[in-house]
Structures are given as structure tokens and as C-alpha cells.
Ligand binder design. Structure first.
Ligand code: CMX
Ligand code: CO
Length: 148
């Protein structure tokens, strides 16, 4: 089942602008950064200070994070989103214990997943997406974290 809200994805036309806002002005802490060639995005993960993901507390569960997304190329899905909608909220990511089991349950109910098999997500996780038309207008990402 769903364990937590893993992250909220925000599409950014300029990562430096977004970091000036969320990191410098609002004080969120950068926890991770990577390029995902498969998704054609650069992503920066941020967490509130004091949460485990920012390495400043003893909490056992990782915090919900903010995922800033910038396109690596013009054919990135995030580039298409920015062209059509401009920068802003892009997706809601739910952390699941077993992405295959969750996918099977959704598929059995007739919901559309975007990929036939999970793909590589942040930090070795496995991800898939529920089509926004089958999720009340929200692009919902399913994330099974890498085993720690
Ligand atoms: N949130 C909500 N609705 C969205 C959406 C979003 N992010 N992106 C598109 N839509 C809507 C469109 O507005 C459109 O609605 P209308 O038909 O009413 O206009 C509908 O979905 C279908 O749009 P489309 O043009 O057919 O599809 P797109 O080419 O825009 O692709 C999607 C949409 C979801 C299939 C594509 O963005 C995708 O494959 N996403 C999954 C991968 C991804 O988002 N990667 C980046 C994040 C990686 C990560 O989190 O690690
Ligand atoms: Co995401």
C-alpha cells in the first residue's frame, strides 16, 4: 500500500531561480541532485530543515520532499509541460512498498499506467505514473524506494 507522500514535483524553467526561492529565501535544504536521462530531466530534491532527509534530526521516516524538475531537452515531458502550462505544480508522488502490487491493483480497476513496467526514478527508486485523466486531473507518480 501507500506508505507516505514521497514528494511533490514542480516544473521549473530556471533551476537557479527556483533554488533562490525555495533554498535561499525559504530555507529548504537540498538533499539530492541528479540527471535522469530516461526522463530527460535534471532534478533537485529539497526537504525542510529538521527532517531526516536533510540529515539534521533523528526521525526514522524520510520527509516529504520537493522535487524541482527542469528539462534536459526539448522532447522532455517537462519541456512540453512548461511550453503548455508554464512553471508550476507538475505531479504528486506516493511512496509505495510494492510498486508491482499497487500497479496490478490499479490496472485491474481499469486505470491507465504510463509504463508497462516500472522505470528508473530518483536515487535508484522504481517509478510509474497514473494517467492524470484517471486520477482526477493529477499526474500521480508511484515510487518504490531503493532498498536501503
Ligand atoms: N498534470 C495534470 N495533467 C496533465 C499533466 C500534468 N503534469 N500533463 C499533462 N496533463 C494533461 C493535459 O493537460 C491533457 O489534458 P487535456 O486533454 O484536457 O488537454 C492530458 O493530460 C493529456 O495530455 P497529452 O498532451 O496527451 O500528454 P502530454 O504529452 O502532455 O503528456 C503525460 C502527459 C502525463 C503522459 C506525460 O507528462 C508523461 O509521460 N509524464 C510521465 C513522466 C514525467 O512526468 N516525468 C517527469 C518527472 C520524473 C520524476 O518525477 O522523477
Ligand atoms: Co517525481
Amino acid at each position: 500500500g501507500v506508505l507516505a507522500i514521497d514528494h511533490v514535483g514542480v516544473a521549473s524553467a530556471d533551476l537557479n531561480d527556483s533554488l533562490a526561492f525555495y533554498r535561499e529565501l525559504l530555507g529548504l535544504v537540498e538533499t539530492h541532485r541528479e540527471s535522469n536521462e530516461d526522463q530527460q530531466v535534471v532534478e533537485v530534491m529539497l526537504a525542510a530543515p529538521g527532517h531526516k532527509s536533510s540529515d539534521r534530526s533523528n526521525e526514522t521516516e524520510p520527509a516529504t520532499q520537493l522535487q524541482l524538475l527542469a528539462p534536459l531537452s526539448a522532447d522532455s515531458t517537462v519541456a512540453k509541460f512548461l511550453d503548455r502550462s508554464g512553471p508550476g505544480m507538475h505531479h504528486l508522488a506516493l511512496r509505495v512498498s510494492d510498486i508491482q502490487a499497487t500497479s496490478d491493483r490499479l490496472l485491474a480497476r481499469g486505470l491507465r499506467l504510463l509504463y508497462p513496467q516500472p522505470r528508473a526514478g530518483t536515487a535508484g527508486s522504481m517509478i510509474n505514473f497514473i494517467h492524470p485523466k484517471d486520477a482526477g486531473g493529477v499526474l500521480v507518480e508511484l515510487v518504490q524506494p531503493a532498498r536501503s
